[in-house]
Design a protein around this ligand. Structure first.
Ligand code: NI
Length: 185
């Protein structure tokens, strides 16, 4: 998910790289991610790179799908200070509130586009962290929305797919035109 708040760099001790982010309607964003089989050094490096990419892009969440790695890995930081990263590996929603609300969302893969999506206001998610430890996290409001948004990415779903065909077509046209202009520039 995208956010406009400023961020400091994160410090995990692992050298990090900023990864290129796929832009909608890139068909690779529709790939369904596979579960991580072992939380090893390779996965920890992916997490570190995704975190750096998220902070550098001023995002509040990033799914591995968006950096063209099709494994169930998500990084999130919804804190004001950008100093509270959360890692969700093989996340499963174990409970979602019946209460749903529409909130405005953005996405690093859909730059400059914001629109309303209805989501559960609270969720419980079970996942592994980057040390392979299992946790159950209770989330509400922005964090709950962010978790649902990023988990959609792992299923190959981008938030604009909740919007009307008319809006989606307009967004596709706009982003494809922007990419052609970038290539020319
Ligand atoms: Ni997104």
């Amino acid at each position: 998910m995208e956010d406009n708040r400023r961020h400091p760099t994160c410090h995990t001790g692992i050298p990090m790289a900023v990864l290129p982010i796929l832009v909608y309607p890139d068909p690779r964003l529709q790939t369904v991610a596979k579960p991580v089989t072992a939380v090893d050094a390779r996965v920890r490096q992916l997490v570190a790179d995704m975190r750096e990419t998220m902070y550098e892009s001023q995002g509040i969440g990033l799914a591995a799908t968006q950096v063209n790695v099709h494994e169930r890995v998500i990084v999130i930081d919804v804190s004001e200070k950008r100093d509270s990263p959360i890692t969700l590996i093989n996340p499963e929603i174990v409970w979602a509130s019946d209460e749903r609300r529409s909130g405005e969302e953005g996405c690093l893969s859909v730059p400059g586009i914001y629109d309303g999506v209805e989501r559960s206001v609270a969720v419980k998610v079970r996942a592994l962290d980057e040390n392979g430890q299992e946790h159950t996290l209770e989330a509400q409001d922005l964090l709950a929305i962010c978790i649902q948004h990023e988990m959609d990415h792992l299923q190959g779903k981008v938030f604009v797919e909740y919007l009307s065909l008319f809006k989606r077509t307009r967004i596709k046209t706009k982003l494809m035109k922007a990419q052609r202009e970038t290539v020319r520039a």
